[in-house]
Design a protein around this ligand. Structure first.
Ligand SMILES: Nc1ncnc2c1ncn2[C@@H]1O[C@H](COP(=O)(O)OP(=O)(O)OP(=O)(O)O)[C@@H](O)[C@H]1O
Ligand SMILES: O=C(O)C1=C[C@@H](O)[C@@H](O)[C@H](O)C1
Ligand SMILES: [Mg+2]
Length: 171
């Protein structure tokens, strides 16, 4: 068993929104590793970050991704930083990984840079978000089979593009 599509990208790229819509379009189930970590621990991600630290969250996330890769055959959205794990990147090899990209201005607008996203809750969330985008862009690209720039597309148009690009992959 393996996911039909795995959605990656930074906060605000639309992994959850697009992933859910894509699953509906393909008539398969949707799963999100952020939700899996919350369900398995009974705690919010912001609480895990604040009390146990980012490495503890990353370990839980690595496990959640591995479990989902084996258990899930629908659309899987990963947490924004899941691909920071080298082991996870290796595990993603050969899977239909979709990178949803977003630029600084539109990404910041979408996430609102609120405290609900612990990584972006610091003194200068905009600078932190820019550093995150710059640092991760090559990492997302290194594991993606498909990349869709979402800045100027409505969610439904993003889904259309993803469906077309995934279909082209298998031809
Ligand atoms: N293509 C789009 N156009 C406009 N708004 C969008 C688009 N995609 C997502 N959004 C909006 O941006 C916000 C963030 O989307 P979403 O929660 O799906 O991102 P995410 O990648 O899952 O983020 P996180 O990493 O924090 O889980 C939501 O309010 C969503 O409605
Ligand atoms: O980009 C990130 O590192 C994160 C994104 C979210 O999906 C959550 O997994 C968490 O807030 C960390
Ligand atoms: Mg999400």
């Amino acid at each position: 068993m393996a996911p039909r599509a795995i959605v990656i990208g930074p906060p605000g790229a639309g992994k959850t929104t697009i992933g859910r819509m894509l699953a509906e379009r393909l008539d398969v189930r949707f799963r999100d590793t952020d939700a899996d970590v919350v369900a398995s621990t009974g705690r919010e991600i912001s609480d895990i970050f604040a009390n146990d630290g980012e490495p503890a969250f990353r370990a839980l996330e690595e496990q959640a991704v591995d479990t989902a890769l084996h258990e899930h055959d629908g659309v899987l959205a990963l947490g924004g930083g899941a691909v920071l794990s080298e082991l996870t990147r290796k595990r993603l090899a050969g899977h239909p990984v979709v990178f949803l990209s977003v630029g600084l201005a539109e990404g910041a607008r979408r996430v609102g840079l609120s405290a609900a996203r612990p990584l972006l809750a610091g003194v200068n969330p905009r600078a932190t978000f820019k550093a995150l985008l710059d640092e991760r862009l090559p990492i997302y690209r290194s594991v993606a089979a498909v990349e869709v720039a979402t800045d100027e597309l409505e969610p439904a148009a993003v889904v259309d593009r993803v469906v077309d690009d995934l279909a082209a992959l298998s031809h």
